[in-house]
Every structure is written in structure tokens, then in C-alpha cells.
Design a binder for this molecule. Structure first.
Ligand SMILES: Cc1cc2nc3c(=O)[nH]c(=O)nc-3n(C[C@H](O)[C@H](O)[C@H](O)COP(=O)(O)O)c2cc1C
Length: 211
């Protein structure tokens, strides 16, 4: 088969760019989160066939009080708006700080509001903090996201002592060291994103709707 014939037979979904939602997890005043978020967004933007959409949780007033058990209860407007964006995504990159040895409550709120929006998609992590670079937040998030049958790349991009790491242009000072792990991280995330998008298109993920 020639390349032309092969592309003519390619399933339609392979022609559509992968959509990556980049979630800024911290919402506090004077937060640092947008700095690593902008940087990883640029790394993603350098990859072909991708659409990167930044989802800044600070722009959504998600209620802490979740809906009750009535399936007819309407979703609050910010939840509806955010849910539509998450549903469209083929993969997520969560940028998280470490708060008290874990991830911030703003992230738990967004995670708990949604379900199938996350299901059977890859979730990758970029974290920053003191000595540990936020690895505790990442490991806790891996456990939580497992609830939705997500997968996450083994690699995560960690920024220990983050206040020393970025220059005035928001680039890591030790660019080479960071780019090695980042490239592997992105390769793994996008491999999963392509594989799972194909699988979701072929058949619905089993077991949905069961408690
Ligand atoms: C409530 C809170 C708890 C924190 N706990 C930790 C911690 O356990 N370990 C750590 O290295 N840094 C900790 N920090 C420092 C944060 O890593 C630092 O403030 C960082 O800027 C937070 O990200 P943000 O600016 O995007 O909110 C904590 C900060 C806050 C606000």
C-alpha cells in the first residue's frame, strides 16, 4: 500500500489534532502556577498536530458543595462550562503546587465534580514546591485519578525549589536537564493520548454507570 492509499484508509479521528487541556491547579492570589503552566504550554505547542487549551481554575467559581442525588438537578453554570471543555480533551496536563504535603483543594474540587470527562484518558503532572518539587502532590493525584481509569506517564516534570528555577522570561535556568525529562514525559503522554483516543472511538469504555 502506498502512503497515499494508507492515508486514504486512515480512520477519520487520526486526522484531528489531539486536544490537550492544561490545568492550572492553584487559584490563590499571587500564585506561581501560571509560570510553569506557560512554560509547559510552550513545550506542548512545539509538538505537531496538537491543540493546547489552558484551563485556569481561577476563572471558574466551582462550588464546594456538590450536587445531591437527584439526576435531574441542573449543574451550576461554571461546572457546565468547564465540563464541556474537559470533555473535549484527549489528554490532561495538571500543573500543581504542593500544599501541606499534597495537592491543593481547588484540584480536588474540580476532580470531584466530573467523572466521564476524565475517564480512560491520560493525565500527566507538572509540579513545583520546596525540596521535594511537589512529588507528594503528584503521587496523591495519581491515586485519585486512578478512580477514573486514567493512565499517567511514569515521568512527571518536577521543579524543586521552584523560586530558583525560572528566569525572568519564565524559562528553566537548567534548560537542558529539564528538557530531557520533559521530552520523555510528553512522548509518553501523547502516546497514551493517541492510543486511548483510538480505543474510545472503537468502543465505549466498559463498566460506565456502575457504582
Ligand atoms: C497552604 C500552603 C501549604 C504549603 N505546603 C507546602 C509543603 O508542604 N511543601 C512545600 O514544599 N511547599 C509548601 N508550600 C509552599 C508552596 O510550594 C509555594 O507557596 C508555592 O508558591 C505554591 O504554589 P502557588 O503559588 O501556585 O499557589 C505551601 C504553600 C501553601 C500556600
Amino acid at each position: 500500500m502506498t502512503d497515499t492509499q494508507r492515508s486514504a484508509h486512515a480512520p477519520a479521528h487520526t486526522a484531528v489534532p489531539l486536544r490537550v487541556a492544561l490545568i492550572i491547579g492553584s487559584v490563590r492570589k499571587d500564585r506561581f502556577g501560571p509560570v510553569p503552566a506557560r512554560w509547559i504550554s510552550r513545550q506542548l505547542g512545539a509538538r505537531p498536530d496538537l491543540e493546547v487549551e489552558t484551563v485556569d481554575l481561577a476563572e471558574y467559581e466551582l462550588p464546594l458543595v456538590l450536587n445531591g442525588n437527584d439526576p435531574g438537578e441542573p449543574l451550576p453554570e461554571p461546572v457546565k462550562a468547564l465540563g464541556e471543555r474537559l470533555q473535549r480533551a484527549d489528554a490532561f496536563v495538571v500543573v500543581t503546587p504542593v500544599y501541606n504535603r499534597s495537592y491543593p483543594a481547588s484540584l480536588k474540587t474540580v476532580i470531584d465534580w466530573f467523572h466521564e470527562e476524565w475517564t480512560a484518558k491520560p493525565v500527566g503532572f507538572v509540579s513545583y514546591g520546596g525540596m521535594t518539587g511537589g512529588v507528594q502532590a503528584v503521587e496523591h493525584l495519581r491515586g485519585v485519578f486512578a478512580e477514573f481509569n486514567t493512565v499517567s506517564p511514569r515521568e512527571a516534570v518536577l521543579f524543586p525549589n521552584f523560586w530558583e528555577v525560572f528566569d525572568h522570561d519564565g524559562r528553566p535556568v537548567e534548560a537542558e536537564a529539564v528538557s530531557g525529562v520533559t521530552e520523555v514525559f510528553l512522548d509518553q503522554l501523547l502516546w497514551w493520548a493517541r492510543a486511548l483516543r483510538r480505543a474510545r472511538a472503537e468502543s465505549p469504555f466498559p463498566g460506565q454507570g456502575e457504582p
